[in-house]
Each structure stands twice: as structure tokens, then as C-alpha cells.
Design a binder for this molecule. Sequence first.
Ligand SMILES: O=P(O)(O)OC[C@@]1(O)O[C@H](CO)[C@@H](O)[C@@H]1O
Ligand SMILES: [Mg+2]
Ligand SMILES: [Mg+2]
Length: 280
Amino acid sequence: MTDIWQSAMDHAVALARKAGQVVRDAVGDAQKEAVMVKSSSIDLVTQTDQKVEKLIIQSVKEKFPTHCFIGEESVAAGEVCVLTDSPTWIIDPIDGTTNFVHTFPFVAISIGFSVNKQVEFGVVYSCLQDQMYTARRGKGAFCNGRPLRVSHEKDIRQAIIATEFGSNRDPGVVDKVFSSLKRVVSIPVHGVRGAGSAAINMCLVASGCVEAYYEIGIHVWDIAAGSLIVSEAGGVLMDVDGGLLDLMSRRVLAANNQSVAEHLAKEIDAFRVRRDDAAS
Ligand SMILES: O=P(O)(O)OC[C@@]1(O)O[C@H](CO)[C@@H](O)[C@@H]1O
Ligand SMILES: [Mg+2]
Ligand SMILES: [Mg+2]
């Protein structure tokens, strides 16, 4: 049976590769680039983020003129951020802009594609590592064409957990982030890591390198593609409170299996943040 979204997915992979070249060409010069700030002094954006998002959206518009977009830098420029049932490209042109600015080598282009609010395919290109992660709903997840499978570990005490400190440094939020982290470290788990990119953290879960990843404060463009890559690699997704994942809620927990996920959810202070689709 023909896959109606195959040509869109092929286009996404080609665009991610092209965008990755733009990012690789710029990374050495990133420190010379004007680094601008968005929601806070540590929420960074560069001209390369904006250039890559334009490149992707322009090309998709030419090929699929009826499709919709949620793009990180377009939303920052005032576009609405609402996930509808229409075919929608959900784009993070550089996930890991802080890494990009500092030449820390985990920088991804993340492209998710949803229809009826369900992610149909996800593409995450870790461009400095030249690792192309892809997933098509119902057809598995791959890295550079090699099938991905989550870790078999069932005991969270034998696990590595990925998380991030986030870009909200309000003292009350920092307290909550650290109290969760203290509980997780004290389970005790084998270790805690963070790549500085939600998309890459999710690909690490899908690859079996880490058992789980959680974060509060991410956006839909950080996790749309990665969420399908995790589930197609056999993993589970949920809200940090153990409920159903809501792509717009800015909270995510991805794990290799239900038992690790549920144990982790019990340790997290699941505070709420303003939703991506909150009316502005
Ligand atoms: O603004 P960017 O680079 O697209 O993305 C933000 C982000 O890198 O920051 C978080 C770290 O707190 C990551 O989990 C998330 O993906
Ligand atoms: Mg991001
Ligand atoms: Mg970004």
C-alpha cells in the first residue's frame, strides 16, 4: 500500500540534511554571530536559527502549499502556536542553540509532522555527529538507516536518566527542578546526563543509551519529532505526572518502558507552565 506521507517525509529528511550543512558551516563562526535573547537572558537565538527555519518553511510551502506550520522562530516572531487537525510541520531549526553558540557538539534540526494531532513522522538530524534519526508511524525508528531499540532495563536503579535544567531561572522554579533532581539521583540511579537538546535526549532514549528523559519547560517543536522516534523504538511517553502526554503542555517524560517511566514520574515535582497554545 502506498504511504501518502512518504514524499513529505523524504522531503523532511532532505531538508534536515541541507539545514545541517548550513549549521555545520556556521558553527565555527557561531561565537562571532550576533546572539540574541528571547524569553530570558539564557534563551538564545542566532541568525542561523532564523535562516534555517526560513529555508525549511519556504521549501515546504513550495512543495506542499496547503500544509500548516509551527516553527520556533516564527512563533517567536508572533505567529500563533496552535496544533490543529491539518497536516502540520513542527519545526525546531536548531535544537540546542546554546550548544551551537558554545560549539558543544549536540545540535539538532528537528522536524515533526502531524495530522489530526498525531505525529506521522519525525526527523531529528544531529548535524555535528552526522546522525539522521527518523521514524514513520507504525514503521519503526532508525538512525542512519539502522533500526533503533530502547534499553531492556526494567530496574530504574540500573538506569541513566537524561534531563535538563531548563531556561527558567526563577528561584521557585529552580528549587522545584533541583528537588526533583535530588529525588531522582537519590533513587539511586546509575547517572544523570543531559545533551542540551531535547530532541537528542529523546533520540538517546530511542537508541538505548539512556533509559529515560524528562523535562518541564520544553516546547512542542523540541519534542514532536523525538516523541515518535521514542515510541517507534519501543519506548513509552507520558506527562511528568504519569498522565497522558500532551504535546502542547510543555512537559515530557520519555522512557524505555512503563515501569521505569512510572517510577520516575513519582519522583518529579510536576509543576505547571504556560502552555504552548495558551491564548496570548
Ligand atoms: O532553544 P532551543 O535550542 O531550540 O531548545 C531549547 C532546549 O535546547 O533547551 C532545553 C534545555 O533546557 C532543551 O531540552 C531544549 O531542547
Ligand atoms: Mg529547541
Ligand atoms: Mg531551537
